[in-house]
Design a protein around this ligand. Sequence first.
Ligand code: ADP
Ligand code: MG
Length: 624
Amino acid sequence: MVQDKWQVLREYFGYSSFRSGQEELVDGLLAGRDVFGLMPTGAGKSLCYQVPALVLDGVTLVVSPLISLMKDQVSALIQSGVKAAYLNSSLTPGQFRLALERASQGWYKIIYVAPERLLTESFFRVAERLPISLVAVDEAHCVSQWGQDFRPSYLKIREFLNSLPQRPPVGAFTATATAQVRRDIVELLDLREPVSVCTGFDRPNLRFEVKKPADKYAALVSLLQEEKGQSVIVYCLTRRTVEEVCERLCREGFPAVRYHAGLTDEERRENQDAFLYDKASVMVATNAFGMGIDKSNVSMVVHYNMPKNMEGYYQEAGRAGRDGSPARCVLLYSGQDVVTNRLLIERSSGENEELEEEQRERVRKQEEERLKKMTFYCFASDCLRAYILHYFGEQAPRRCENCSTCLQGGGERDVTKEAELLLSCVRACGRGYGKKTVAALLAGGAAAAANDTVRRRSLDQLPQYGALSGFSVKEILSLIDHAIGRGLMEITEGDYPLLALTQDGESFLQEGGQISMWMPEKEEEKRTLEKRKFSVKSREEEMTERPELYEKLRVLRARLAARAGVPAYVVFTDRALREMAGLLPLDEQELLAVNGVGRARLERYGGEFLRVLNEYAQEHGKNS
Ligand code: ADP
Ligand code: MG
């Protein structure tokens, strides 16, 4: 029986509409065209090839870089009633042979395959006889050495396609791609006049926050307490930090596990599963964790250190809130992060022996530039979301009202005069002092008197002394951050972080310019502000109607998931449960209207969920 895309979308996946960009890519593949989908993490790229796979005759091959990713996607598909399998090195030779045999008999509609398998004799012999309806290349940026996760085996995809008796349509999908990587994808995969879709990068349900706590660990603990019991990923820059943070969290009773490239395969798998199956709610990891992880209910991603570029940051942060629920992305910045990143960049450019000296230097420069942009993000005093979107070349409203700078309250203010005073003061100080001293000096009065350096060096003799006396030290500090974020000043390396004027800062002083900045509300208005800051939880609670029922549904889901041996979110996402609790569907028809409930899941789990829902309705009435 041939089904159209709408039937497939409803029956297998339980969705009633396509998300932005999906339909165009689905239609492209259905028409036999190549396609190229560039969409942010969580946008729903898998569906773009899974729907055509089920509409078209024949079998779809999906090339994917990670074993964990394949396993996850295949079990989700099987739950949706799709015949799917994966072929990679995690199978025993016996299992592999069996899967291949079934594949050759036409058992499967979708086969996930590791790129290094494509041209092996055993696989290719089967593949060349299969009626392949399309080949999807997931995480397509892996083909480019300009991307972040270059995998040489991806270069074999093209050869594989060309060796087939007939070249099927090819779909390439990725979440991160600069212009260079985009060109590489089209060229190295040999995409032929692809239908290209690049959807907006915005993820409105994510709240972006930057904090600069004196004690990062304490800040992390209080964040975890705010998100109690929810799944959280904590990214650290180095293996050592992962170990330290994880160990301390465990000692203090948090259910945390760790993940980095220095652990055994076995421990990595165990820890990843513990996290996916909700046995451990906190995952402390380096950036080795997460590509292709489709855990839909991550409520917060904390960066314990600033990562080395915005591409990496946005991809990692994007693992929060995949199911569309409100989620937080919190970055904990410290000056040391810049130093560590510089070291890491230095080291990795030195390690790559394939590069000529000149190339190496260019790559290093590029990385330095990216690091600078990442640092500016941490110092942005305007909307963080706007900063991110501009970075990826998109337009954005000035304010999103859902990031830590927008939620600060306050108002836009012209600070050109103040910035000039600040810059001239920094120039006069000539790389001699840090932020705090400069701020105290400009504030004058009691603040300056309390500052040792100002007293000892008699800085009160400078003409700029007390020039910003109408401002608090804190306000001057945020003005300094703003100027750093605009590239007018920088913090120098060395034993003490010192302020220095940049070339742009020098030009600003000479040629003039205009600067405005968002000034937070004054101290006395702080209390309402705090309330707004922590409205994340209450917003989520507001979203969850009938919390006791939601809890019951979660318990049922956990039981069914354990029985089926799959992570809970594979049975139903949090969002689907929340909708059930809100809509209180009482029969199959009503249950099908819930986002994420399709035929297969209805048949498999519908009865048990309806029982709980009906019980609840009887006890409380439908309009409780
Ligand atoms: P990506 O690969 O782009 O990061 P996924 O394909 O893993 O994203 O999808 C992310 C989530 O969005 C999944 O939980 C998926 O079920 C959900 N999703 C995808 N398409 C739709 C849709 N049309 N309606 C509702 N949810 C969707
Ligand atoms: Mg994906």
